[in-house]
Write a protein that binds this ligand. Sequence first.
Ligand code: FES
Length: 94
Amino acid sequence: MGVIKITFKVDGMETSFEGNENKTLLDSAVENDVDAPYSCRGGACATCIGRLKTGTVNLEQNYILTDSEIDEGLIITCQAYPTSEEIYLDADDI
Ligand code: FES
């Protein structure tokens, strides 16, 4: 798919950067100096939770979100690989 445009909103601040489908949203965000919250990086703590407003992702591991939470757009960014060309993640709307 190539380059993916990712925007993260954290603490009211939006930051846009490029990612790719082989890297989690969290890893791309941290590499681009976004102050994205995280702890375990293993899909278990939900510190990295956010709401997907635009785009789609594939959650590799998920020990914490229910199906209905996922249906509402909640994801854990440490396990989320982008599957669309544009992503908007709102870490404040949780
Ligand atoms: S950092 Fe713990 S679930 Fe993502």
